[in-house]
Design a binder for this molecule. Structure first.
Ligand code: GLA
Ligand code: ZN
Length: 668
């Protein structure tokens, strides 16, 4: 068997967040949970995520007996345990006695004790209290045979502007820049007389100094990772054999998850696609696939779906329950993209407070005779049946760059189109063309090693961190194919614009173009692209562009399409440049769906990168195909994200897929 998400993992994990601490006065319910878990095929639960107040009801007074009992009965019942550190929600006594553990907002106002996920990451008091409770948990349960994984806190997020955090930021800046002069220079701080006379003059809240705003985001990530590492230390001490994870949030903007990955043993994330909403379910599936692939790429190995809803969520303005069959399909989609665990939020609906109407395996009715319970139990049986897939890997010859620093820089820069910058959507739009052709992809950051790929797509790569331009050049030089767009190669890692022409840092030579001006179109305006005859990619006729159109001049590139209108009519809209053994494409505008399909389809067939259906043609609308491989075997997942029956042929096998159906072909 290949690499599993957890070392020595023998079965797919199936289970979810379990909150017995909300039902301690109901031993009958806790007993019933055990019976129901068996029926649902639940073999793991995440325990204690929000249980701090029940584990330490008063400062220094610990009550672990209930948890001892819960773990013991779960273990006897066949469930393993993912044990959480409880730092995601602080008990009242702690927040009230030590105000410094509560966050301050940008105006310096201290938050009242409320909600959750809102502690200061810097506060020495909070760190110490967390160290104590984590040490108790690790000592008591670190060697417990039921324990398979530590679950660090819950969905780390947010920023704090208290004096402690600001001082930590200044220390972070000192370490990064060494001298104030270097910092002033890196931030272009002489602008508007913002020159800093010393590190102690830096406040964290000036968004107009773009470099500062960017560094504050980086600091927030680093401080969160530092807090997380402090959480890990006692766990490692008492249970070095138990891996650690934290449940992440997909493409959450506030934290750069690439900085988390090295500190974790395994990646897990919480996926809540809104099915049956105002977008097509196929698009929702594509977005979800993108996030699954990002999470797999973080460590390039199988990962865990830590949370998903068996039915609906209660935080979206409208959330419909999954229609019959969609639950199975969504679970198998995660497996297809490399998940070795399917877990839910939540096992049982509570009777009160904010999440009483959030989907759960066990509804308020309390028994197993519900549609949702039935579908969950069926997934449990199916995961047990397909255990051969465990340990198989997803390999990809294509990668899409989705880079947090780049995203932050684009979003915090004023210019020149303030709305619809759409970095994430643009990356996903490009990814979608791979998705609908069954071409497996990794979702990576711009500094990742590119050696394993045939195709790299780097939309809107505005920021070139040190080494990135060279990384792209080497990749193409060695035979790779690179696709880029408008807004490429404009600023350095502190958001200082490159002088001397864009795309900068050696990319002008790579693409063979000079982007001299940007035209920004209003929502009601559009531009048109005209395909050049014999463009070699099969582009035909005209395509519509909106939002962005760059006025580019060739410096050796071949023109494949031109603009029709404006003062740059006849100028290149799409170019390709041969560089070393590879090719670099530059798309100067934000184009319509037909363009994406023809263009990326054309490139894929040019480099003979195909999905398992053996061509670069798109699959029927609604169909997704993904492969996991193991020891010469392939497991091909053929999924139908539509409400109609569909026919498709994959690996020479004609298939008929029911609405929301999924078939797994084992080849050979
Ligand atoms: C997040 C949290 C859970 C729960 C769910 C509800 O993912 O981690 O505790 O609040 O959302 O969807
Ligand atoms: Zn703080």
């Amino acid at each position: 068997m290949g690499l599993t998400a957890l070392p020595g993992q023998k079965v797919f994990l199936h289970g979810g967040d379990y909150n017995p601490d909300q039902w301690l006065d109901r031993p009958d319910i806790l007993r019933e949970d055990l019976r129901l878990m068996k029926l649902a095929g639940v073999n793991v639960v995440s325990l204690g995520i929000f249980a701090w107040a029940n584990l330490e009801p008063r400062e220094g007074e610990f009550t672990f007996e209930w948890m001892d009992q819960v773990i013991e009965s779960l273990h006897a019942n066949g469930q393993q345990v993912i044990l959480a550190t409880p730092s995601g929600a602080k008990p009242n006594w702690l927040a009230l006695k030590y105000p410094q553990v509560r966050r301050c907002d940008a105006q310096g106002r201290r938050e009242p004790q409320q909600l959750r996920h809102n502690h200061c990451m810097t506060s020495p008091v909070y760190r110490e209290k967390v160290r104590i409770i984590n040490t108790h948990l690790a000592r008591r349960y670190g060697k417990n045979p039921a324990l398979v994984l530590w679950h660090l806190s819950n969905e780390y997020s947010g920023e704090c502007y208290c004096d402690l955090c600001k001082e930590a930021f200044r220390q972070w800046l000192r370490a990064r820049y060494k001298t104030v002069a270097a910092m002033n220079q890196a931030w272009w701080a002489h602008f508007w007389s913002h020159t800093f006379g010393g590190f102690d003059e830096v406040d964290a809240i000036d968004p107009h100094v773009n470099g500062l705003a960017l560094d504050w985001k980086r600091f927030t990530t680093d401080q969160t990772v530092d807090f997380m590492r402090a959480e890990i230390a006692p766990l490692r001490e008492f249970s070095p054999q138990v891996p650690v994870t934290t449940n992440m949030m997909g493409t959450f903007e506030g934290l750069d998850y690439w900085r988390f990955a090295p500190a974790l043993d395994v990646i897990s994330w919480d996926s809540y696609p809104l099915w049956h909403s105002n977008r097509s379910d196929y698009e929702v599936a594509s977005d979800t696939a993108f996030k699954h692939d990002l999470n797999r790429s973080l460590k390039r190995r199988p990962w865990l779906l830590m949370e998903s809803t068996p039915s609906n969520v209660n935080w979206a303005s409208i959330s419909r329950p999954k229609k019959p069959g969609v639950h199975r399909l969504a679970c198998l989609q995660a497996v297809a993209h490399g998940a070795d665990a399917i877990c839910y939020f939540q096992w049982r609906k509570g009777r009160g407070s904010a999440e009483k109407f959030h989907g759960a395996v066990v509804d308020h009715v309390g028994h197993e005779h519900t549609r949702v319970f039935g579908e969950v139990a069926a997934v449990g049986r199916e995961l047990a049946a397909v255990k051969d897939i465990l340990g198989s890997e997803v390999t990809a010859k294509a990668a899409v760059i989705f880079d947090w620093d780049n995203r932050w820089a684009i979003n915090s820069s004023a210019g020149c189109r303030h709305s619809e910058k759409n970095y994430e959507a643009t990356v996903q739009r490009h990814y979608h063309e791979l998705f609908r052709r069954g071409v497996a992809a990794e979702v990576i950051e711009s500094t990742c090693d590119l050696a394993d790929y045939q195709l790299v797509i780097a939309p809107m790569l505005y920021m070139l961190k040190p080494g990135v331009a060279e990384n792209l050049r080497r990749f193409v030089h060695d035979g790779g194919t690179l696709i880029s767009t408008y807004m490429t190669g404009i600023a350095n890692e502190t958001d200082l614009v490159f002088t001397g022409g864009w795309p900068a840092d050696g990319l002008m030579e790579l693409f063979g173009v000079w982007a001299q001006e940007q035209d920004l179109l209003w929502d009601h305006q559009s531009q048109t692209l005209l395909a050049v005859p014999d463009n070699g990619l099969g582009l035909t006729g005209s395509y519509a562009a909106r939002h962005y159109a760059e006025v580019i001049y060739t410096r050796g590139a071949r023109v494949l399409a031109t603009f029709e209108h404006e003062f740059y009519a006849g100028f290149p809209a799409l170019t390709v440049n041969s560089f070393g053994r590879g090719k670099a494409y530059y798309t100067a505008s934000r184009n319509d769906d037909r363009f994406h399909s023809d263009f990326i389809g054309g490139v894929l067939s040019d480099i003979k990168l195909h999905g398992p259906h053996g061509s670069a043609l798109p699959l029927p609308d609604g169909i997704s195909v993904q492969v996991r491989r193991q020891e010469g075997r392939e497991f091909i997942f053929v999924m139908n994200f539509s409400e109609i029956r569909q026919e498709v042929s994959v690996a020479d096998r004609p298939l008929r897929l029911e609405p929301w159906g999924c078939e797994i072909l084992a080849v050979p």
